[in-house]
Design a protein around this ligand. Structure first.
Ligand code: GDP
Length: 195
């Protein structure tokens, strides 16, 4: 897809702060530091629209990126940052649940995992929740440039096993660094919108 226009439309915590339900949304979940902001920047062909940070776990907001006045990419707060308190963890799950449970225009939620590492128990929990909610089960395996292509299969098998994914085509190796799979991801999103 040609990106003619992309803006951070809204930063929200609670439902009353979300933008209107007037455009379809694709949301992205994953642990902090997995590469969510970088993924969004790569998809939007912007260097710094989504903030990437070296201090993971800071973002506790839902960021709505409006694309071509046509759809939104939604960055959900990253989970699994070890140094946060129980209270913070609860507030994280409240924020994320409120969005996932109430959003009529939400078309798809995509899990991001680091291609190099076995998904965590929290990744599995999130993935199972998404499957139970009827989403397609697309998984983006980030930072693919950090391993050689010859090793993709081995890593994808590890991810598939942990998340109990039968169709390995659902796991998409992606690199924000090399812009690998950006066009293909847009094709997938456009197919979902059409369907
Ligand atoms: P977030 O916390 O999930 O939003 O993660 P960020 O997008 O901020 O990325 C976390 C770190 O991983 C940053 O240092 C990024 O530069 C790095 N990173 C993210 N995506 C890639 C990628 O595709 N390739 C490489 N080599 N590094 C990446």
């Amino acid at each position: 897809m040609k990106i003619k226009k992309a803006d951070l439309e809204k930063v929200a915590v609670h439902r009353e702060q979300y933008p209107e339900e007037d455009l379809f949304e694709f949301a992205f979940a994953g642990r902090s530091n997995v590469g969510k902001s970088s993924f969004i920047n790569a998809m939007l062909n912007r260097k710094k629209l989504a903030k990437t940070s070296s201090t993971p776990g800071k973002t506790r907001t839902i960021n709505f990126y409006r694309v071509n006045d046509d759809l939104r990419l939604v960055d959900l707060p990253g989970y699994g940052y070890a140094k946060v308190s129980k209270v913070e963890k609860n507030s994280w799950s409240k924020i994320i649940n409120e969005y996932l449970e109430n959003r009529e225009n939400l078309l798809e939620v995509i899990l991001l995992v680091d291609i190099r590492h076995e998904p965590t128990a929290q990744d599995l929990q999130m993935f199972e929740y998404l499957m139970a909610k009827g989403y397609s089960g697309i998984v983006v395996a980030t930072k693919a440039d950090k391993i050689s292509k010859g090793h993709y299969e081995k890593h994808i098998n590890i991810i598939a096993k942990k998340l109990k994914i039968k169709n390995k085509d659902m796991i998409i190796p992606f690199s924000s660094e090399n812009k690998e799979m950006v066009d293909e991801m847009w094709e997938i999103f456009e197919d979902i919108v059409r369907y």
